[in-house]
Write a protein that binds this ligand. Sequence first.
Ligand SMILES: [Zn+2]
Length: 528
Amino acid sequence: MRRLLPILLFLAAAANAQVRPEGMRAHVRFLADDALEGRGTGTRGFQIAAKYVSAQLEAMGIRSSQQTVPFRATGIIPDRSSVTLTHDDGSTVSLKFGDGFVNSGDILRQDATVEAPVVFVGYGITAPDRQYDDYANVDAHGKIVAFFSDAPASFPSDLRAHYSSSYEKAKNAAQHGAVGTILCITPTDEARAPWSRRVRQSKLGSMYWLEKDGTPHGARPELVAGVTLSQSGLAALFQGAATSLDDVFKSVAAGAPKSMPLPAKAKLQIASRHANVQSANVVGLLTGSDPKLMGEYVVYSAHLDHLGISEPVDGDRINNGALDNASGIAAMLEIARAFSELPKPPRRSIIFLAVTGEEKGLRGADYFANNPTVPAGSIVADINIDEILMFHPVHDVTPIGAEHSTLEAVVQKVARDQHVEISPDPYPEEVVFVRSDQYPFVKVGIPAVYVGAGYRPVEKDRNILEDTMQWIKNIYHTPKDDMSQPIDWSVGAQVANFDFGIGLEVANADARPTWKKGDFFGDTFGTK
Ligand SMILES: [Zn+2]
């Protein structure tokens, strides 16, 4: 008996180490409280949230530190900004901020002005690996290029996401000699992301992290801040075009827009405010137990920031961000606790990373990926947690990005162990692979996975996909994402336990994850 007891205790502890739904609820209740004022990057509410995460980690015996990120913030000055379209027939249309266009400020120039003919370039994508080039038959040199969001639906989901990223589109525009950009949105895009939300959000401005020499990382001096046009702005832009706007929408829906010069010149005039802002990533560290592998790290990432205070919606100005992304931080804290309760730490070390600046364009994660607090090359995987939509029990999870690396086999094993099903990305058009914090890790060559709750309902007749589309349309990025929602915490715990299982497998495996041979992301960004 004496010799059995420690073994029994060991087994009991290992089996008990798991995420508790009520633990997640408690963390979200605090982080999404009005007192934290929506956790905007650089605000006091965010700082309090960061202190909370540090304190929780410390209570579990996990060391934590803050990585300060230097930012430049920019915001548009609407009444000194305009978009003027002059058509070949001499007629002129002036678009106003909020009605005809939006922009969240130019990061490089406080007074940015550019005037040039406009060329329509489809999606604005050049993808040699897909034999696809929107710039093939047009000359964009010295022009302002107009393109739609997204990428052809025929591209595989994560590749579609990659080519959809605004960073890739701006890079491609600059490489083709463009001097400015205009983002176009289809009526279908607008049905998912209402114009009023774009206006509200663009008023919150944007931020870039600063290189040591003070330049905003990733900014393109060749391009003047891109504007996004409303449906009325688009109608004005395509006036007199060789293809009517309706036909252009149809060609975009069919995945085959035709590039063409537009019979118009555009003058983009953007006046912006600049400020320097600091905000911190919280870095928790659980040291591994294998002397040979403890110098390698599995990263869990989740963004702690949200939109902060905005213009009101139904009288409410505080964007609580309960699901986006207090839910992910809560899951990560519960995963950290589960790790801390294991009888012995895993072989590799674990980093619990609560990042800032996600809502400004994945900036905090990008800063960490480019300025890691551990030696470059020692991070073996990123498991990102964002926006766990948990309203009704489901049989499945959606592990986005796993198929590009050996993480796919890990995910399959965890699914078998936990009796959870795996489903493919249900919304390729939402391009989630590039829209959360796993992407900066992928871009420095680190295999990553982002697990979402699935959509196969336990209760018959429930349409989770339809519920989710309604949530994206009506609740996402509004003050309504708060604790008044009918949240089912057991669904969140299912996702978090899945993430816990992945991390445990990766941290204890003999070999670190590798990109699959010939994988686009491995070939493009991987080093090994
Ligand atoms: Zn968000």
